[in-house]
Design a protein around this ligand. Structure first.
Ligand code: KG4
Ligand code: ZN
Length: 365
């Protein structure tokens, strides 16, 4: 009988300290035995963004408790796991180092194999963990720090078709919320306002649609929003609730239209590879947005592709995806030594040119 691997995963590349235990299933997919996430939102809320030093210190303080909780809720000890996987980049370097040091400590003390995982590979492989999706599939990563189209060919083989050249979409939602005095995180509050608004009243740009590629840009949307907001304020002395809702609706519609059109182009490129069972998967916090989700679902259906989105708790930053990516690497025979390096930058597709933008959470790709 083939041994079903059980891996402990650690994640600390941004503002979530996370640990999880994941076990490979017979056939495809994996079972998440535990997934613990300690968010740091409160620690950073006064600063309008993630403060790297505060994040790194909080990770270092919380990681061991997080690991203990993950093992306990899986009903296991370190004796029951086959390896320890850790995010080794890309991300905020202090946080990544905290996780890597913790994993090295566990590995050195127990003799467990150590596996360094690319955080983006963790996101990109999640549909395999949750739904057993077969390679090759098309992946759209959309969060506060990431935005890219990838074809996933294998556990460590990805082709990047395009991505944002400046802000990530979640970052644009967060900035929009800030400009309109709505609570953070901005995505859910802007979406809620947008439901009450008229998307046609304000005309937002559809950035980069004049370019035939899959690259995106979102930073112009916030500038447009700021101008519209200031103009209303100058004309009427302030914004009504309806003005705010209409601005949110117009902004969100621009994001939806842009993502839908660029997804059409990405699907075209993906289908050129004749995948036997075409699938488009989406992951990242922005995948929670129902307008974006349904637009992507429609585009997938129009092109004869299946659409899948992992449950939200595995779309946002978590350690189950890192443990799972660790299982996939382990199965290829990959092992890392105690010299495993923490990397602030680590593009998934080494062959495509570096992206210009960095995203609010540090350079991701
Ligand atoms: O994946 P995630 O938890 O963290 C990283 O950025 O890595 O994504 C968080 C981002 C935030 O920018 C948040 O505003 C956005 O996802 N988000 C949304 C929604 N829910 C969360 N954006 C649009 N609509 C939503 N409903
Ligand atoms: Zn992430």
């Amino acid at each position: 009988m083939v041994q079903r691997l059980t891996v402990l995963g650690l994640e600390s590349s941004c503002d979530d300290t996370a640990a999880a235990v994941v076990r490979q299933r017979d056939g495809a997919g994996a079972e998440v035995l535990s997934s613990v996430v300690f968010g740091q939102t409160d620690l950073h809320s006064a600063f309008g963004g993630v403060v790297p030093e505060i994040a790194a210190r909080a990770h270092a303080e919380k990681l061991d408790t997080c690991v203990l909780q993950a093992l306990e809720s899986a009903g296991m000890t370190l004796d029951d796991v086959d390896a320890v996987a850790v995010t080794a980049g890309p991300g905020l370097i202090g946080g990544v180092m905290s996780g890597v040091m913790c994993a090295k400590g566990i590995s050195a003390a127990t003799g467990l194999p150590l596996i360094g995982v690319n955080h983006l590979a963790g996101h990109a492989l999640t549909p395999r963990m949750t739904d057993g999706i077969a390679f090759p599939y098309l992946m759209l990563l959309v969060s506060g720090g990431h935005c890219q189209y990838l074809i996933a060919h294998g556990p460590e083989k990805f082709t990047r078709l395009g991505g944002t050249i400046d802000d990530a979409p979640g970052e644009a939602f967060d900035k929009t919320a800030r400009l309109l005095g709505l609570p953070q995180p901005g995505g859910p509050s802007v979406e809620a306002e947008a439901r009450k608004g008229d998307p046609k009243r304000f005309r937002f740009p559809r950035p980069l649609l004049d370019r035939p590629d899959c690259d995106l840009s979102f930073s112009g949307l916030k500038t447009a929003l700021m101008r519209m907001r200031d103009q209303i304020a100058a004309e009427k002395g302030g914004l009504t609730r309806q003005d705010r809702a209409d601005l949110c609706a117009g902004f969100q519609q621009a994001v939806v239209d842009t993502l839908a059109e660029k997804t059409r182009r990405a699907i075209d490129l993906y289908l050129q590879q004749s995948p036997p069972d075409p699938v488009i998967a989406v992951a990242g916090g922005v995948a929670a947005n129902s307008a974006i989700r349904s637009a992507l679902e429609t585009v997938a259906a129009e092109n004869g592709a299946r659409f899948t989105a992992p449950p939200l708790r595995f779309c946002t930053d978590n350690a189950a995806m890192i443990a799972y990516a660790g299982i996939e690497r382990f199965r290829t025979g990959a092992r890392d030594g105690l010299d495993l390096a923490a990397r602030p930058r680590w593009p998934l597709d080494q062959t495509s040119p570096a992206m210009l933008g960095s995203g609010k959470k540090g350079a991701k790709a």
